[in-house]
Design a binder for this molecule. Structure first.
Ligand SMILES: Nc1nc2c(ncn2[C@@H]2O[C@H](COP(=O)(O)O[C@H]3[C@@H](O)[C@H](n4cnc5c(=O)[nH]c(N)nc54)O[C@@H]3COP(=O)(O)O)[C@@H](O)[C@H]2O)c(=O)[nH]1
Length: 868
């Protein structure tokens, strides 16, 4: 782990973008260190040179001052000698005569007697006393045998300050006899100030051993009298100097030379500044150059890292991927055109997909592996990806290479130095899509094209032009088989019919299932004789369907009603053609079923009539054109009328009485059934209450409730209100609901039926046997009666099937502890059968047609209608 980390660190360290700035930093540091060291040495050298100069100047200055002081002393000795020999008054004149006196302009010489009076002088001056002067007192008090140098002072003789060099005079007995004195300007001792050597702020000084400055010159300024500290070599004028001092022999004086440090170091500082500038500039250039190089190197390193990461990612992703990865590089000819692609790398999935090893693949080109790649567009896709960059995707159906997947999805990505083709086997998905497409367009049960496909196909045939016949086929009697023998039997029948139909059509025709027991034929009626052939196909289909078959172990027979519409005369699109074929099919049903009818315009009259009726219904409700008739229900055993069914009638002034079969479905469709149904319910309740109030024996009155009415939210409230308003006891009300209605939303129906039952209202299932009741659900219905549909009653005594159904319903109802009523009983034969099979109640023309209320009242007051 540590070794790895170290290796990684080392690798990174060696990376140019890291080592380059480090190197530049080291270089810069070294450069600066060397330069600063050199500067420091230069400084030392400059200082040493300055100190050296000070030494040299001091030597010169010392020599000069020593010479001056020496000659001054010589002069004083000569004067002393002359005064002691010749007397003060003549001595100076003699010496002047012999030219032994110094120039009077610079030096004034005087002789002072023992009382301190100047007695002779050159140049001449008035006699003044210097008895109080330090130099006089010095000699008066001691015989030092030496020269005395005074402070620079003004005195009675001279108004400006002078230095006084004095020697003692002795008389013959060696007593104090006065002094000889030489006065000079202090500036005399600094007049040798050379600017070229001492600069502007250099210093020359003559200082007494007492530390008092006798003469001082700094640049052009001369001064005196300052007190220097013992051994001090510089004056306090704010200038730092290189300075040195030296004491003079035999005279209590020191000479001091000082050179301004700034002036002495100025050249060095200037050169240092220049050096530093040059160094800074070089450093900047180095930093800028390094920064540029670093950016370039960093960019390069980043790119390399990206490529490395991409490689690693590719390797990791491709190794684990379910897709096959092929890395390819172009093969170009001399004109730089791409002529092939060579495999550079592939993953394990690619090896499995091609059945070739990595080594084999990487020694091949694309065209060597798939020679037909140019034909299928694969090669061109790779070329496009290679030249245009980006990602290119396509799905491929492989029809040539049996060992490769049938469907492949290829994604081609241009990468640096080549392209990557990612190939995915999508055969499964494609097949699933095909399956789903098939399911979406085909009927599950029969495998025939469904409504969607039929419409598409029909539109296609219409678009292709030419005559097309559309036959809409509805099975007659299918419901009986489905309800009687169960759904499985119904399904079986539909499959057989579908096969038979498919067997009748020509290859140019098509057959599909539209839904339920409805089928559609699309017949090509183009060409000579084609219409006749198409009609023959229709007839063949009708005949084939009519053949009996065995389903659920029973021999059954159905027929079909066929409506035919022809393109282009009966419609210009699939929808219209199907609608018209449907209308023609209804006509075929009306004409007794088991036949086919071509569409005619008159058939549309029915539709118009429907619209007309709908409008009439609305007006009829407003104008109260409805009334109820009541059909009695009798007990089979006693013949007693125990109830009646309220049936609605519409009396249209223009059209006469219109039956509910015609307008109830329209009222359902328009939603008017809710209001109409409530009117029926209330009228029936009020009527029943009126009969009871008239003293007739109480009857149970049945009211039909249609599906939409039943599903309406306020049904229970409406029933409660009708009962409350009419004052009728709920036990005398029965609501008849159909099977289909309950099964539409079983949970909600059960809830509603429960509420009605709780109110005391009875419930019966109308038209039993025609719906799709689940027998297990039937158990949970809170109903009291099952009504056998009149379609099963009609052929009792003639049809074994109907008899079997009727007796089964009776048996079933009794086992569920329900009563059974048969409706539509018209004949004695039907009554006997029902009676013999235990049916509890009867309703039908055999007893009575539906009657107006007053007629029923009359009937109720009569004898019982059938004998037990
Ligand atoms: N929602 C409502 N539906 C209603 C209402 N009134 C009637 N209807 C339904 O309309 C259908 C046709 O009814 P109608 O024309 O009144 O026919 C009924 C009887 O007249 C008829 N019937 C009775 N006995 C016989 C007979 O011996 N032979 C024969 N051919 N027909 C007979 O049967 C119809 C009663 O059927 P049902 O209701 O199933 O007991 C019909 O479906 C009515 O339900 C209404 O107010 N609301």
């Amino acid at each position: 782990m540590i070794v790895q980390l170290f290796a990684r660190w080392l690798r990174r360290g060696l990376d140019t973008y890291i080592s380059l700035p480090l190197f530049a930093l080291a270089l810069l540091g070294g450069l600066w260190l060397l330069s600063l060291h050199d500067i420091e040495q230069g400084r030392e050298r400059a200082r040493a040179a300055a100190v050296n100069t000070v030494g040299e100047v001091l030597g010169t200055y010392e020599a000069q001052v020593a010479r001056s002081v020496d000659s001054i002393d010589q002069t004083l000795r000569v004067i002393k000698y002359a005064v002691e020999r010749s007397g003060a008054s003549d001595a100076l004149a003699e010496l002047a005569g012999e030219g032994l006196l110094p120039p009077a302009m610079v030096f004034a010489v005087s002789v002072v007697d023992r009382d301190g009076m100047v007695v002779a002088s050159n140049p001449r001056s008035r006699p003044v006393s210097v008895a109080d002067q330090a130099y006089f007192l010095y000699h008066q008090q001691r015989d030092s045998g030496g020269i005395f140098v005074s402070h620079a002072r003004r005195d009675a003789v001279k108004s400006d300050a002078h230095l006084h060099f004095t020697r003692r005079l002795d008389d013959a007995r060696g007593n104090f006899a006065g002094i000889v004195m030489l006065e000079t300007d202090p500036a005399y001792f600094t007049s040798d100030y050379e600017r070229s050597r001492l600069g502007e702020r250099g210093m020359l000084a003559l200082v007494g051993t007492d530390g008092v400055v006798r003469a001082l010159r700094v640049g052009d300024q001369t001064s005196y009298g300052q007190q220097l500290p013992a051994g001090g070599v510089d004056v306090d004028d704010g200038v730092t100097r290189f300075a040195a001092a030296r004491e003079l022999h035999q005279v209590p004086l020191r000479v001091i030379v000082g050179l301004d440090e700034n002036e002495q170091m100025a050249r060095f500082e200037r050169e240092t500044r220049d050096k530093l500038w040059a160094l800074a500039t070089a450093s900047l250039v180095l930093v800028a150059g390094t920064a540029l190089l670093w950016m370039w190197a960093w960019q390069g390193a980043r790119n390399r890292a990206r490529v490395r990461r991409a490689r690693e990612t590719f390797a990791a992703a491709s190794a684990a991927s379910l897709d096959a990865f092929f890395v390819l590089r172009e093969v170009r000819d001399q004109s730089n055109a791409i002529i092939d692609f060579r495999f550079i790398d592939v993953n394990a999935r690619a090896e499995r997909m091609t059945g070739m090893s990595h080594g084999d693949l990487c020694s091949m080109t694309l065209l060597e592996m798939i020679p037909e790649a140019r034909k299928g567009g694969m090669f061109q896709l790779l070329v496009r990806a290679s030249e245009d960059g980006g990602v290119h995707e396509r799905e491929w159906e492989n029809t040539t290479q049996p060992r490769y997947p049938r469907w492949m999805q290829k994604q081609v990505v241009s990468v640096e130095g080549g392209i990557v083709a990612i190939v995915r086997d999508i055969t499964e998905r494609k097949l699933a899509e095909e399956r789903m497409l098939h399911l979406a367009h085909h009927d599950n049960l029969t495998g025939l094209p469904n409504r969607v496909r039929i419409t598409e196909r029909l539109n296609q045939m219409v678009a292709d032009g030419g005559a097309v016949m559309v036959a809409f086929i509805d099975l007659d009697g299918f419901k009986l088989v489905n309800d009687g023998l169960g759904h499985n039997a119904g399904d079986e029948l539909l499959k057989i019919v579908a096969e038979r139909m498919a067997g009748c059509v020509r290859t140019s025709d098509a057959v599909g299932r539209f839904g339920g027991d409805e089928f559609v034929l699309m017949l090509d009626a183009v060409g000579d004789g084609a219409p006749a052939q198409a009609t023959a196909v229709i007839e063949r289909v009708r005949h084939a369907v009519l053949q009996s078959m065995c389903v659920a172990g029973q021999k059954v027979q159905v027929s079909c009603s066929i409506g035919v519409a022809v393109y282009p005369q009966d419609g210009s699109d699939a929808e219209t053609l199907l609608m018209h074929a449907d209308a023609a099919m209804y006509r075929a049903k009306e004409l007794g079923k088991n036949n086919y009818q071509f569409y005619t315009r008159e058939m549309n009259v029915n539709i118009e009539e429907k619209l007309h009726l709908m409008e009439g219904l609305r007006i009829a409700f407003e104008r109260q054109q409805f009334h109820l008739v009541y059909q009695p229900k009798v007990e089979m055993r006693t013949g007693r009328i125990f109830g009646c069914e309220a049936l609605i009638r519409w009396h249209d002034p223009a059209r006469g009485v219109i039956g509910p079969d015609r307008f109830i479905p329209l009222a359902e469709e328009s939603g008017m059934i809710v209001a109409l149904g409530e009117w029926v319910l209330r009228t029936a309740c009020f009527q029943n209450r009126a009969w009871q109030d008239a003293g007739l024996a109480p009857l149970c009155i049945s009211v039909n409730v249609s599906p939409r009415q039943f599903e309406e939210q306020g049904l229970v409230d409406r029933v409660a209100r009708a009962l409350a308003d009419s004052g009728m006891d709920p036990r005398w009300l029965e609501l008849e609901v159909t099977e289909g209605l309950i099964m539409r939303d079983l949970a909600q129906a059960l809830d509603k039926m429960g509420q009605l039952r709780a109110m005391g209202v009875s419930l019966s299932i109308d038209d039993f046997g025609t719906g799709y009741s689940s027998l297990s659900a039937l158990k949970s219905f809170p109903i009291s009666t099952l009504k056998i549909d009149k379609s099963f009653v009609r052929d009792l005594g003639r049809s074994d099937g109907d008899e079997a159904i009727a007796s089964s319903i009776i048996g079933l109802a009794h086992r569920l502890k329900l009563r059974v009523i048969a409706e539509g009983v018209e004949t004695e034969q039907q009554r006997s059968f029902l009676s013999e099979n235990g049916c509890d109640e009867l309703q039908g023309y055999l007893i009575s047609r539906p009657l107006p209320p007053e007629r029923l009242a009359l009937m109720l007051s009569g004898p019982d209608l059938i004998a037990a």
